[in-house]
Ligand binder design. Structure first.
Ligand SMILES: Cc1cc2nc3c(=O)[nH]c(=O)nc-3n(C[C@H](O)[C@H](O)[C@H](O)COP(=O)(O)OP(=O)(O)OC[C@H]3O[C@@H](n4cnc5c(N)ncnc54)[C@H](O)[C@@H]3O)c2cc1C
Length: 470
């Protein structure tokens, strides 16, 4: 008799282990993937079941969002369909609203619960993986809630691409010089990889697109990067951070270090150095905070609101609850100083997910748990235009080699052979043919034309979920 059967017989574990994974991002998807491999036999015998609750039926490979915004990769290829990849799990498209770990239940709303007009569905579980990731850390800057644009999801990336091209169309057709200036001014707040890469790729795309406008030249556009600290891309080190600033400035990007956005009310970006820029584009990438659903749980958290975890990725002081990724404070056992936790990035999230999956399988079988230990290997970032920076295992690269390494690294990392092949094909085609420069912003109002034809007024309401379109 194997260990689990003995434990079931002695009442130590339930006949069927119900594993609930909240979140279908890096941690959620890779943990479920690992579990469905590790627990293959248990799943076949009906001794385990894995349910993944996630608001979208896909995992987003976030490092590709800047390229999706620039149009180098189609939005559908930066996402991984969860139902296909997690074919031995139950995927529920919905959102956990709260978790009562004392009772081992999670309240989940889905599209169906909305339609039914009934309350949230209660999911009972034996093991919980809580991985809702993070949301943008929005500061109380006047006008930001009304005019700011985030850059964390594929919808935001596509929306931003359409928006930038639309601004060029406005600038090209307006008779008002002030409106033209505002349309051609693009302000990005936050000098981490999301902000720098998004600006680098979009500036590159807009510069290319300008050649097809009779009256918009690349030098008519103002691209501004605002960063509160005195450096950008801290992940690649000080020297490459300085190189990034000089490279962006060489491309006429106005990089303002030690500067904050104080207001963007009335579509005027006011900076802490006193400058004012009328603009219709403020992209906010100034940091992240743990997902607010954690407020609705009874699990222990740090002062920063993250789930307090052990190095084995269980949630401290609890049993049968696990976490990793952006929502979790996981001790960095390689740091050599107590209290240090792993940074919120994909590198840790992916590796933590593997250990987390293994540890749940170990726990179910009564085996000892593994400790998560990964020394940060460094970072790669693209600045667009065949430019990049990379710092890997202490080796520093810049320019074309770093850009190439960025692509090679992410191609090797993006999940599934299917996605790798499609992304590679798109890069090859982009090298052979001209880039796409159209905005399909009207996809956000697909019924407008028909409503007009039917004699009604076009509804201002965008449809639910205008996803994956460009
Ligand atoms: C533009 C951009 C570029 C980046 N580039 C890099 C890079 O180059 N290198 C790097 O290392 N890192 C990069 N990162 C960071 C990296 O993507 C994150 O650290 C990583 O995604 C964290 O994984 P996670 O699983 O914790 O969260 P996520 O991958 O964000 O997944 C969280 C999931 O939980 C779901 N969810 C949220 N709330 C609920 C709920 N209530 N119920 C159910 N599900 C919920 C979300 O929809 C999402 O699917 C980048 C991030 C961004 C935004």
């Amino acid at each position: 008799m194997d260990k689990r059967k003995r434990r079931v017989r002695h009442g130590m574990v339930k006949e069927r282990a119900r594993i609930l994974v909240v979140g279908g991002g890096y941690v959620g998807m890779y943990t479920a993937l690992r579990l469905q491999r590790k627990l293959k036999a248990e799943l076949r015998r009906g001794e385990a079941e894995i349910t993944v609750v996630t608001p979208d039926p896909y995992m987003t490979y976030q490092p590709f969002l800047p390229e999706a915004a620039a149009g180098s990769i189609s939005p559908r290829h930066v996402v991984v369909p969860l139902r296909r990849v997690l074919d031995r799990c139950q995927v529920v498209v919905g959102e956990a609203q709260s978790v009562d770990h004392a009772r081992r239940t999670a309240a989940v709303t889905t599209l169906a619960t909305e339609e039914e007009g009934r309350g949230a569905r209660l999911f009972r579980y034996d093991e919980l993986v809580l991985a809702p990731g993070s949301v943008s850390r929005v500061l109380p800057v006047p006008g930001l809630a009304d005019h700011g644009i985030g850059f964390k999801t594929v919808e935001e990336a596509i929306g931003l691409r359409n928006h930038v091209i639309e601004q060029m169309d406005i600038a090209s057709s307006t008779r008002d010089p002030a409106l033209r200036d505002a349309a051609l001014t693009f302000v990005f707040v936050g000098g981490g990889y999301a902000g720098v890469e998004a600006l680098g790729e979009l500036e590159n795309m807009a510069r290319y697109a300008a050649r097809y406008y009779h009256n918009v030249a690349p030098d008519d556009m103002k691209w501004i990067l605002v960063e509160a600290t005195d450096r950008v891309l801290p992940e690649v080190g000080a020297e490459l951070g300085r190189y990034t600033v000089s490279e962006l400035r060489r491309r006429n990007v106005d990089v303002r270090l030690g500067t904050r956005l104080e207001s963007c009310a009335d579509r005027v970006a006011v900076l802490s150095d006193g400058s004012r820029f009328p603009t219709r584009t403020v992209v906010w990438t100034a940091g992240v905070r743990p997902h607010p659903v954690l407020d609705a749980t009874d699990l222990p958290r740090t002062d920063h609101g993250k789930l307090r975890c052990t190095a084995q990725l269980s949630i401290e002081g609890t049993t049968h609850a696990w976490a990793a990724g952006d929502a979790a404070a996981v001790p960095d056992v390689t740091a050599g100083e107590p209290g240090r936790t792993c940074a919120p990035n994909a590198q840790h999230a992916l590796r933590q997910a593997r250990v987390l999956g293994d540890n749940i399988a170990h726990a179910l079988r009564g085996e000892p748990l593994e400790t998560y230990a990964h020394r940060y290997a460094g970072s790669v970032a693209s600045l667009g235009h065949h430019q990049g920076v990379a710092q890997v295992y202490g080796r520093r690269l810049k320019g074309y080699p770093a850009w190439f390494m960025h692509r090679a690294y992410h191609l090797s990392r993006v999940p599934t052979v299917n996605r790798k092949a499609r992304v590679l094909a798109e890069w090859v085609l982009a090298g052979l043919f001209k880039r796409e420069i159209v905005s399909l912003g009207s996809l956000e109002h697909p019924r407008a034309e028909f409503e007009l034809a039917a004699g009604g007024k076009p509804s201002p309401e965008p449809p639910h979920n205008p996803k994956g379109s460009s």
